[in-house]
Ligand binder design. Structure first.
Ligand SMILES: Cc1cc2nc3c(=O)[nH]c(=O)nc-3n(C[C@H](O)[C@H](O)[C@H](O)COP(=O)(O)OP(=O)(O)OC[C@H]3O[C@@H](n4cnc5c(N)ncnc54)[C@H](O)[C@@H]3O)c2cc1C
Length: 461
């Protein structure tokens, strides 16, 4: 208690008083994230809102003095418990470090603070004809810092890659308070080890990102989205193979199963066809002429691949309507029970149908409802399972089902996360897919970067 009182006093010396939260109810609300995992019940010792790099450095030095954890927090929307509080510590909240510092039209880059909302950066750069493609479904609220730390992806990863492909430089405050710079404002960099890549996906365990420079590309002139329905999941997956086989390159090939379609339609009526087994959401972008050409090819493939109905966006409103429906799936699923869990297993695309059917069978075996969506162009599937954590039996069944889903994913040559990360929820399973020597090197890297284990300790492994 004395330690905590001293800590709060020290924090209040370093930051404006209203940027330090110490009341129990204030600390409580920043101690969980969107995973809402019931197994973690600890709360933070303090929550601080940082506004400058110097403040971050001072707080980290203070945490080192007290030997207590630092847990960075963007919007808290990660779904793996990556910023859930397990061992107390200081929550470093970046919501006030949210400025776009520069948009450089000539270099096609932007320099941002970590608390910038992904969707806001996209809107700003699009005003001058530039484009930041990484698009986690919740880009309206999630931050650049969080998406770097989780290596977030989204529907457009299929064509454009994910966050890791757009970060060209970062300033990172290390565990001893020093600042490490990972690159420069250049598109290429073959100058020594690629240290930047270590921080991307490191879930706040290796360093604290306080500034990032992102690569931008020209904004595609136009886009169109096609929603194709199928009477079997197999037809839908075959259609994906056929599109890829034809060498057309859509921006996205996303998927919804019948349960997802019906659940979205129940809570957010969007005109989806609820009698269908599966739907693909295929977006094409580029020059208008190219879109027409690609759409024609895709529509012909879809007809041959037994699509039983097709909706084609003919204006921006219809385009947004289709994406809104797809992006509402988790929100809709969350209305079925008090909580919802989601996952992001990914396999080589050739094994996609086996994964989708396998997940269905596993959920059936454990009497769990599942809405499946995914970015099937790149082989990733999000099984969204509604759950009431108060029901112990259901929670135990969920754990058994998850373990079998990971086992199946490993057997199909896949990995446990394509974009959500590992956090606390999947750390017990990481050895199913990561080679023991690779894990040993990861642990060694953690020890070198953070010898006192104060940066988001015990996340990932
Ligand atoms: C409805 C919904 C839909 C989603 N859809 C997608 C999707 O399509 N694709 C996808 O990839 N993810 C998705 N996610 C997961 C999540 O949104 C992403 O992982 C997101 O990028 C997290 O951003 P955040 O700002 O909320 O980060 P937080 O949850 O606050 O933090 C995530 C991690 O980053 C660390 N961190 C935060 N800021 C920093 C920093 N400055 N320096 C170092 N570490 C830091 C935290 O400690 C934590 O480990 C979804 C989540 C929800 C709830």
């Amino acid at each position: 208690m004395l330690m905590k009182n001293n800590l709060i006093k020290d924090l209040e010396k370093l930051l404006p008083r209203n940027n330090v939260l110490s009341k129990i109810e204030e600390r409580y609300v920043y101690s969980q994230d969107a995973s809402n995992t019931p197994d973690i019940k600890n709360i933070a010792d303090a929550v601080v809102f940082v506004e400058t790099i110097e403040e971050v450095q001072k707080i980290i030095k203070l945490a080192s003095k007290y030997k207590i954890p630092i847990i960075c927090r963007g919007a808290g929307t990660n779904v793996v418990g990556a910023c859930a509080i397990e061992h107390g510590g200081i929550v470093l909240n970046f919501s006030k470090m949210n400025k776009i510092l520069e948009i450089n039209r000539k270099n096609m880059t932007a320099k941002v603070q970590p608390g910038v909302i992904v969707g806001e950066l996209q809107n700003e750069v699009e005003k001058i004809g530039l484009y930041y493609p990484p698009d986690p479904s919740n880009l309206a609220v999630s931050t650049i810092g969080g998406s770097i730390a989780q290596s977030s992806g989204g529907a457009r990863t299929f064509k454009y890659g994910s966050t890791k492909d757009y970060i060209i430089d970062m300033k990172v405050v290390m565990a001893n308070g020093e600042i490490l710079q990972t690159g420069a404002n250049t598109i290429k960099n073959a100058t020594g080890y690629n240290l930047g890549s270590l921080f991307i996906g490191s879930e706040g365990t290796l360093g604290v990102v306080v500034e990032a420079t992102v690569k931008l590309i020209p904004k595609p002139q136009a886009h169109q989205v096609i929603m194709a329905y199928f009477d079997s999941i197999e037809y839908a997956v075959n259609a994906v193979d056929k599109i890829i086989d034809k060498k057309v390159f859509p921006t996205t090939i996303d998927f919804m199963d019948k349960n997802a379609i019906q659940t979205v339609e129940k809570f957010f009526p969007s005109g989806l066809l609820t009698d269908k087994e599966a739907a693909l959401i295929i977006e094409v972008d580029g020059f208008k002429e190219a879109i027409e050409h690609q759409s024609e090819i895709i529509l012909s493939i879809l007809h041959n691949a037994k699509a039983s109905a097709i909706q084609n966006s003919s204006n921006e409103e219809e385009y947004k309507g289709i994406w809104k429906a797809r992006r509402s799936s988790m929100g809709a699923c969350a209305r079925l029970k008090p909580n919802v869990t989601t996952d992001d297993v990914i396999v080589p695309r050739e094994n996609l149908a086996k994964l989708v059917y396998g997940i269905r069978n596993i959920c059936e075996k454990y009497s769990l409802d599942v809405c499946m969506v995914g970015h099937v162009g790149d082989g990733s599937v999000h099984p969204q399972i509604p759950i009431d954590y108060r029901d112990e039996d259901e929670y135990n069944r969920l754990k058994l089902a998850k373990s079998e889903i990971y086992d199946l994913t490993a057997k199909l040559g896949g990995i446990l996360s394509g974009e959500h990360g590992i956090g606390v929820l999947k750390r017990d399973y990481i050895n199913m897919v990561v080679n023991p020597l690779a894990l040993e090197y990861m642990r060694t890297i953690k020890k070198i970067f953070d010898p006192e284990n104060i940066l988001n300790p015990y996340k990932i492994f």
